[in-house]
Design a protein around this ligand. Structure first.
Ligand SMILES: Nc1nc2c(c(=O)[nH]1)N[C@H]1C(S)=C(S)[C@@H](COP(=O)(O)O)O[C@H]1N2
Ligand SMILES: [Mo]
Length: 301
């Protein structure tokens, strides 16, 4: 998080993975993050911030538009056309409209964010995203008074997304955040990872990353962002409101009705997957707990 790429990177102009690793090693030399093992792709950092490999991150995915299996996205998402791409921004904004991907990233400082990702299914990874703060985009389009939530939608294109030919979920995949959550500096729109343009299976060309919430809030391949007064519909919450709350903040003290959320399996290296305790707000308590002061987190789960 300390490292800023102060240029206007686009997805056609990203650091190759090899260079990225050199940069990581350089940081290790500077005593910043890494120790031995960076070349193996799983760079050892302090405790639970050991990076998952590019292979882990791009071959074990949830992206139901391509099917419900963990390898369906890596098997089928290559067929997704991600250029041209545009995002409709509407609702309570000063400058509504259809923005091309290039418009959206233009002038943004693309920075690296190494975040834990905790799936509600109780597995997790550590991923070096790059992207920019959602707040920067919202400020640019002008949030109007009265806006209290931000709604997001994923592309619907069954010709390229085989999972959408079945009613696995009520398409389009939808998600939402409270405005203060959307404006929190931890919330990013990610355009890549490991110094490469976002792999299709991870939500190309642009997806949300909200690291203190269960992974399903981090909606992929976004085509619409709406500022609303009312709490928007959210796919998993609609599917099963008893199991998936609108907030879905990572919380080891509030179990899923069908399994414990007290610990998680850190994906990586098959046999070497290990179980670790889950942390309140996925370890981002200091940055986000203030937004939920006075709320009963077992009621607003
Ligand atoms: N559009 C869309 N976004 C989605 C999903 C999905 O099925 N469709 N799955 C979610 C879930 S459950 C998780 S855990 C994360 C996984 O992100 P990753 O595959 O990049 O690790 O994406 C989230 N975003
Ligand atoms: Mo998930």
């Amino acid at each position: 998080m300390a490292h800023r790429w102060t240029n206007d990177l686009t997805r056609d102009d990203v650091t190759p993975k090899a260079l990225y690793l050199n940069r990581r090693q350089w940081m290790a030399g500077a005593g910043a993050m890494l120790g031995a093992g960076a070349l193996g792709g799983r760079a050892r950092a302090q405790g639970d911030m050991e990076l998952n490999s590019f292979e882990d991150i791009t071959s074990y995915n949830n992206f139901y538009e391509f099917g419900t299996g963990k390898t369906d996205p890596s098997n089928y998402a290559h067929a997704l056309t991600t250029s041209p791409w545009s995002i409709e921004i509407d609702g309570l904004v000063d400058n509504p409209g259809t923005y091309s991907f290039e418009d959206i990233v233009e002038g943004q400082t693309i920075e690296e964010r190494i975040y834990r990702l905790r799936c509600v299914e109780a597995w997790s990874m550590v991923i070096p995203w790059h992207g920019f703060e959602l707040a920067d985009l919202l400020t640019r389009v002008g949030v109007q008074e009265g806006a209290r939530f931000v709604a997001f939608e994923t592309l619907v294109r069954p010709e390229e997304m085989p999972g959408q030919r079945r009613a696995i979920l009520d398409w389009p995949y939808r998600e939402g955040l409270r405005l203060d959550e959307a404006m929190n500096p931890l919330t990013i729109l990610a355009t890549g990872l490991y110094g490469e343009a976002m792999p299709n299976q991870n939500g190309a060309p642009i997806r949300l990353v909200v690291p203190w919430k269960y992974g399903f809030k981090s909606i992929k391949s976004i085509v619409r962002i709406s500022l609303t007064e009312e709490q928007p519909e959210a796919t998993w919450n609609m599917q099963n409101p008893r199991e998936y709350g609108f907030y879905s903040n990572v919380n080891p003290n509030v179990d899923h009705p069908r399994w414990s959320q007290a610990s998680e399996r850190r994906v990586g290296g098959g046999l070497f997957s290990s179980r670790i305790p889950t942390r309140m707000f996925n370890g981002y308590e200091e940055e986000v707990a203030h937004m939920y002061e006075g709320m009963d987190l077992s009621e607003y789960f």
